[in-house]
Write a protein that binds this ligand. Sequence first.
Ligand code: ADE
Ligand code: ZN
Length: 315
Amino acid sequence: MYDWLNALPKAELHLHLEGSLEPELLFALAERNGIALPWGDVEALRGAYAFNNLQEFLDLYYQGADVLRTEQDFYDLTWAYLLKCKAQNVVHTEPFFDPQTHTDRGVPFEVVLRGIKQALDDGEKQLGISHGLILSFLRHLPEEQAFKTLEQAMPFRDAFIAVGLDSSEQGFPPRLFQRVFDKARSEGLLTVAHAGEEGPPAYIWEALDLLKIERIDHGVRAFEDERLMQRIIDEQIPLTVCPLSNTKLCVFEHMGQHNILAMLERGVKVTVNSDDPAYFGGYVTENFAALYEGLGMSEDQARRLAQNSLDARLA
Ligand code: ADE
Ligand code: ZN
């Protein structure tokens, strides 16, 4: 099914590695690490994947990430994702990881990074998938802790292309992280940020003007602000849109309401991404398929969306 969508060469620019943890692997890692889980089996866990908003998802996502303990765990997580990329003709990926989700549980930064980076390097050699890794700060934690995370990352500076900002958006505006983003840029890192997923257009303005981001992650609420839309079009600032995520988290009630194609037709550089595929019902091809089935995407639009993703790469 959808071989033609699968066959399009694509880049994925918005993917949380922790969000690619499939229930089967989650259970396998729990067993390997001797961790008791609150769900009886894989199906019971899948049954819990019903969310009314971003926070309900994040609560489960952080709970799931607790099974990731060793370098091998992070390697296995990343490798499983890369095999999906290979199967879907994702030729380049720029994944996020959230170090604080792990260091706050006592897993050393270098354990997380080494496992992920080894798998990404192997993916480049063995699968031909190129990458650029993005270190994302958790915005529900204070900026001080983001500074500490950046400090931990600096011995491994060459492993990253950019820093990002994710987690609970409402009430945690980009301006709270201006200084740590300044510091990251002074180290030569590029910047991206989640903005306008649940938060207002004002957060997108802040991310552009204060965090000086190269791309907007989500950004679907830019549609509410005509001046912002014009800027995004004029400056060709890419948006990494995640259709299945947006419907699963009730940003849009159903796919027929999604604004990605309206933005595409207005000249916005929108791309299609999976965000947290294990939780939202699919990887990049499934996101394209959902736009075809639920929003009437044409073949020409699919090709332009795929080309946008290749054009919007940072690495
Ligand atoms: N972390 C993982 N997925 C996320 C999302 N969709 N928004 C914010 N933070 C996230
Ligand atoms: Zn995201």
